[in-house]
Design a protein around this ligand. Sequence first.
Ligand code: ADP
Ligand code: MG
Length: 728
Amino acid sequence: MTNKRLQAYHDVLHRKPNYVEFDKKTSDIFGENVFHAEIMREYLPREAYKSMMSAANSGARLDRRIADQIASAMKDWALTKGATHYTHWFQPLTGATAEKHDAFFTPVGPGRAIERFDGELLVQQEPDASSFPNGGIRNTFEARGYSAWDPSSPAFVIGKTLCVPTIFIAYTGEALDYKMPLLKALHAVDEAAADVCQYFDKNVKKVNATLGWEQEYFLVDKAYFNSRPDLQMSGRTLFGHASAKGQQLDDHYFGSIPERATEFMRDFELESIRLGIPVTTRHNEVAPNQFECAPMFEECNLANDHNLLLMDLLEKTARKHNFRVLLHEKPFAGVNGSGKHNNWSLSTDTGVNLLAPGKNPKSNLQFLTFFVNTLKAIHDHSDMLRACIAGAGNDHRLGANEAPPAIISAFIGSQLSELLDKIETDVKAGKMTPEDKTELKLNIGKIPQIMLDNTDRNRTSPFAFTGNKFEFRAVGSSANCASAMIVINTIMANQLIQFKKDVDARIKKGNSKDEAILKELQVLIKASKKIRFEGNGYGDEWVKAAEKRGLSNLRDTPRALQVWGDKKVEELFNEMGVLSPRELEARQEIEFESYVYKLQIEARVMGEMAQNTIIPAVVEYQNTLIANIQGLFNVLGDKMGKEASDAQIELLKRISVHMNKMKDSCDLMLTARKKANNIEDMEKKAVAYCDTVKIYFDEIRYHADKLEILIDDKVWPLPKFSEMLFTR
Ligand code: ADP
Ligand code: MG
């Protein structure tokens, strides 16, 4: 019998890198496949160009005639790039992106055809939406969903297709995607932040949220991937013993990138650059065969589109290079998982980063205002932050000594901690004397522009201030960043609106502007104190200390998702105009459902692999041992045969015990799964899967992994961690 695994090993060893020919400067190709502002200026009449720019920057409506002109220009440009089809590119709640391709080619008479793309086709389409998750919003009999153009994100060409970024909504107007609520949250924070900016600079008209993501992923050779049903079906290995050499030597981080992986990266980076994604850094991560890609930050909506595009490019390019990319948060138990840090800040149309300390007391007061308001927003809504990063995959990572814990807290560094403490004690309740004010101003003026303790950054914090932005580290590698960005920008908008009200009220009562701001900041600093944590977030002591502080520790996805059912959360989203109660409820339902499906698939695959892959291999080896033992008895006789086969008999027994236990746990899991499947209510079903089905995973795996190290390497049917992680 040929062993698929050994065949795969052979294939991998003989693979050569797939060289990418390229002789241009990277800067020459940057954005060449994007219909960006400069191209538009070239292709569009003046008036249409101006309308397009104001639609892109401030959401102004475009009339039909202009839309026709834009569509026609877009098409002409796309044809020069070799495009034959167009598609509305959108972000359904499945987590991936979706597209439905239509040809430009339109027959217009006998033997005559033109390439057609007009305003109507650009602005709206009606993809068959019945197969996308909708959480009950759209009954299948009214399976209509619309995709509508988002002019704030430029169209691009991939392969032979012009892709138009769009939102995706139900016939009844509710969002069925991530982009629409993200755009609304960005709008809310823009207005609220621009309002607060008026205290400091009347010229600010618009505030953009910025996002810089860092995407981690694993590469595995396609031959290994194809011989592991668990990787194929669930994106992670459900079985597999840790390899003798793991990441304990820490020799992979920033290590040299092996040639095949380098060629792969070169290829997908060139493609990304052509699509205007400003990828710059490339390095190895902590685990073997784990990598990271982090572009320059951009405006949040665009950055998020770029992340989704990049995830897609990673997949496609990996296949070309005989790799498969794993975006799962924890593909290999016992090996570092993958996250996607979301670096977030706010930046004005006057070019100021509102979370960067400035040169003087005035700009620093502005910085402090936004900084402290962020802390207060995080403090008040930490459960929402926890919920927005929840998912079956991320559950394996959070709190596993490599990723931040499920407890949300914020790290700000010693200098800022001291300053906040000073404001807390030094700002006087009544009228402040001129000396008090000068003293405070001096302190505020002293915040260094480049934060010194940038270097003593705390890597264990889920939400850390890193000098000129906050870094949300708990986001999972497979997530759509919009989930986190919707929450952060919405709670920030809400907080800033409240802040503006309270400061205005103080000014009305006779406080000077600066005094009013400082006094209000003092209130916020006091009220948000418990969210600040500078210590080790990975330690067990923190779990206890956090509980004492009253911080929640929602350890699993079903518990975390319950937050979306909270009345206050519903009101907040509704008031900020980001999600209606119906939309929020639908999203919660979809997430419970997705959690259940993922666990259901894992449970099934586990059962099947145990039964059809592992047990047969074990039996085969048992037979070899039995034949050997019988042979020894035959040849040597009872007494000597017994002595000579001691080790084999012992091994045979151990193998049988593990196999039986594995099988028993599989049976128990099956019973639990059947019971859970009968539960109608999605939330209860998710809880049942978490508490009664998932608990068998570790047990089953434990015995299977023991078998892996006990039986003959030649008959073990699944590629081992050592092979998948170390052979390239
Ligand atoms: P790390 O040490 O976490 O690997 P770096 O500090 O090098 O990361 O990376 C920071 C990330 O933050 C980069 O992706 C960068 O684009 C992003 N970033 C920098 N400034 C901002 C900002 N103002 N807003 C959002 N993201 C930012
Ligand atoms: Mg980072």
